[in-house]
Design a binder for this molecule. Structure first.
Ligand code: DX5
Ligand code: ZN
Length: 223
């Protein structure tokens, strides 16, 4: 696991060319240790993306930290497959319930454990599990699609999570996902997020590697 206090940009391949994912990874591999992989099941969210076979193929091209965001109704059926594919960490949404069992299943598999909060889900739903997870992901858009606008209303929740993590001196990465760009990364960092998922801002940029460096610099300054 990457140290919880480190500031990193996690490029999301959702906005990359799906016909050329290995090449997309190469564009950012030199500037960040972290890669965000968006898995959508067409049920929890109204979109479909990739699953374990694609992740296994990407693993052959990359040693980056694979942070798999599971936008799925039944992740328990596939956790073993994600582990076998080379996932380092999986994050499951608290909205689907069975959080206790899912955390235990991920631990058994020696997967990093992440929980995700949708924009309208309060921090209190994740709080009881804070001492048992490696990462808390606060969504700053409703999941399903890249390129949406940042929802500022989630910032107090980010600050609340930051305070709780610090107060208990926990090693939990606080990640934010959705609508991150050079402006929104500033308020997200100031509120206490430490890992910034960015899809559109990175892969729609003429120079994705440069975009990662600029976003990280802005986050560091605002911290
Ligand atoms: C949204 C995904 C995000 C998305 C972020 O459902 O979870 O990871 O790719 O993309 P941008 O940065 O374009 O909002
Ligand atoms: Zn995501």
């Amino acid at each position: 696991m990457i140290p919880a206090g480190d500031i990193h940009v996690a490029p999301s391949l959702l906005s990359a060319d799906f016909g050329n994912l290995a090449a997309a990874i190469e564009l950012i591999a030199g500037v960040t240790p972290w890669l965000h992989l968006d898995v959508m099941d067409g049920h929890f969210v109204p979109n479909l993306t990739i699953g374990p076979p694609v992740i296994a193929s990407l693993r052959k091209h990359s040693k980056l930290f694979f942070d798999c965001h599971l936008m799925m109704t039944n992740p328990e059926k596939y956790l073993e497959a994600f582990k076998a594919a080379g996932a380092d960490l999986c994050s499951v949404h608290v909205e689907i319930g069975q959080t206790e069992e899912l955390i235990e299943a991920m631990r058994q598999l020696d997967l990093g454990v992440g929980l995700v909060l949708n924009p309208d889900t309060p921090f209190s739903v994740a709080e009881p599990f804070l001492d048992r997870i490696d990462l808390l992901l606060v969504m700053s858009v409703f999941p399903g699609f890249g390129g949406q606008s940042f929802i500022e209303d989630v910032l107090p929740k980010v600050a609340e999570a930051r305070s709780a993590i610090d107060a208990a001196n926990l090693d939990v990465v606080l990640e934010i996902d959705g609508g991150i760009d050079l402006e929104t990364v500033v308020s997200a960092s100031a509120s206490g997020a430490r890992v910034f998922v960015a899809g559109n801002a990175v892969f729609s940029h003429a120079d994705p590697g440069r975009s990662v460096l600029e976003l990280r610099e802005a986050a560091l300054l605002a911290r």
